[in-house]
Design a protein around this ligand. Structure first.
Ligand code: ADP
Ligand code: MG
Length: 234
């Protein structure tokens, strides 16, 4: 057990360091972005270079933000929120991207889904990631259906179902490992972040997939496991 203890100590120290590092990287990124935008006005005809630099900066920022959630999930703030509202926001955010890919987004929910203590911001990130992955998995016309239902009186299930390319069976267990990606511009951090967010909400996530048919990702969120305020949550 001593060995185990030391291992987990080391892990949390590494996590703290990583979170600190991520914060430190973001500040200079913000100032770089600002000055680049100022320079842009004086350098007509070089627009293309600026576009590349800005989008590369945004990409570093995005990777660092995903990493921050993974390294420091305890910094999450909880309050009572409406999950359906969160999902509607996610759909509104991704609808344009979906339409461009000929993908239809659908939301269905039971009328008795209660408000519960959660982190609105992180649940948004969770479902944005799941829906984005689903959109990216669809090569032709497709649809993504999100269904919210109660499983008993204290468990909410959010099912995201797509008719995309599916995932080979032997790969499913690898999902959520850092840097596993099949995409040219992927980070392979999205699902790992999803697992961390669900775990921080004391929930579980399960994945079923069939090659060529599509993927179902179920997120189970308990409605009663997090205390009234974040200090009760440890
Ligand atoms: P990224 O999207 O950056 O590749 P993720 O962690 O979000 O990283 O996903 C890891 C991999 O899991 C993806 O590259 C893809 O191969 C697979 N994947 C995730 N969601 C789906 C899905 N809905 N359908 C098919 N494959 C998926
Ligand atoms: Mg992803």
């Amino acid at each position: 057990t001593e060995e185990l203890l030391r291992k987990s100590d080391k892990l949390s120290v590494a996590g703290q360091l990583a979170a600190g590092l991520a914060h430190e990287i973001r500040n200079p990124l913000t100032s770089l972005r600002g000055f680049l935008q100022l320079l842009q006005n004086d350098m007509k005809g070089k627009q293309h270079y600026f576009d590349i630099m800005l989008s590369e900066l945004d990409r570093i920022n995005f990777i660092v933000s995903e990493f921050l959630v993974i390294a420091k999930p305890e910094a999450i703030q909880y309050k009572k929120s409406d999950l359906i509202n969160i999902l509607q926001t996610v759909i509104a955010l991704l609808d344009t991207q979906a339409n461009l890919c000929n993908v239809q987004l659908l939301l269905e929910f039971e009328s008795d889904i209660p408000e519960f203590i959660c982190s609105e911001m992180h649940l948004k990130q969770l479902f944005i990631n799941l829906v984005k992955n689903a959109i990216e998995a669809i090569t032709k016309d497709g649809h993504i259906k999100i269904t919210v239902s109660m499983q008993g009186s204290e468990m909410i299930r959010v099912r995201t179902q797509d008719n995309g390319c599916g995932i080979p069976e032997e790969r499913v267990k690898q999902l959520g490992e850092p840097f596993y990606t099949t995409k040219e511009k992927g980070t392979g951090l999205g699902l790992m972040m999803c697992f961390k967010i669900v775990e921080a909400h004391r929930g579980t996530m399960s994945i079923q997939s069939r090659i060529g048919e599509g993927t179902i990702i179920d997120v189970f969120l308990p409605t009663q496991s997090i205390g009234k305020d974040s200090s009760e949550f440890e």
